[in-house]
Design a protein around this ligand. Sequence first.
Ligand SMILES: [Cu+2]
Length: 366
Amino acid sequence: MIRPLRNLTRRPYPLLLLGAFCVLAISGCIGDGPYPQSTLDPKGDYAEMVDRLFRITVYLATGVFILVEGALLWAIFRFRGKPDDPEVAQVHGSTTVEIIWTVIPALVLALVAVPTVKTILETGKVPATSPDGQAPLKVEVIGHQWWWEFRYPEYGITTAGEMHVPMGRTVDLRMKTVDVVHSFWVPQFAGKRDVFPNRETRLWFTANATGAFPGACAEFCGLQHGRMDFYTVVASPEDFTAWVATRQADSTLNPSGLPMTPVTDSATLAMIPAQVAEGEKLFLTKGCIGCHSLSAMTPMKGMTGPNLSGIGARRMIASGWLENTDENLHRWIKTPQLVKQGVLMVVPEMTDAEVDALVAYLRTKQ
Ligand SMILES: [Cu+2]
């Protein structure tokens, strides 16, 4: 036996380690999950088509692997040399063999091409009607360094950080960016697609499960690329309609998030906690209003910061990766640069009491 093999059978530790590693690695992939952000756990029609294609390819490749390795092992044992065997005939070049091992892979590739091209064509065009009979819901996706904006032209709504969609209705994404190239990645719904400054790219899917599913930017886009996440929030059609109505109620607010007609009635004024009233004042005077709108219905184009409509109820802040607790919100507003270095948010020095007032005010924006 050749030396490395003999060494391995005498001292099999590296082999055992490799085996243990493989078992651990594979055991990480089986079971019930949960697997957030896994392509292998599709939650929509588009992702299911891609997943089906992937599985076909894997099964086919497994078949090829078994056949080829089987033939190899069979040949190794069947034609093993013995010490006193005469030297076998030396063959150089065989047109027949060359043709066989060129034609077989070509046939295998041709076979894989059928479902591949079919899937490319199917996923390439947005369906004219969604399974529920309605027209697809248009959502404009806009990449910013380093957060995602979502606009719903049908409802006049703008939001950020969370893309709300109804279950069972096809979503037609129109995507672009206001700065560098990003890549919109919704692994459980439709894979990923690059977004560009001057070109619209498209993606679509119909979600078939409710819940909040994480997504991310998948193209290196600067310092905080790794913290450019978001959630796709899939709700039942009724809950989605309710969410739209809540956001649209913002139309009674002016862009700063204040009521169009200021409250003057003293009884109502008395019901607003002093801290919240103070927070509202600070929001206007500490520069926040220069970059943020609190009203989903007055999407001022070209604003530097995300729309803060419903910020009090969002799961995450700072683009999908920092939990929306009072403590985190405080830390974020006081020292955004310490939380997410390089973030395009600049705030003046504020006392803890001032920041607490801002947090209390933003918390009321549900
Ligand atoms: Cu990005």
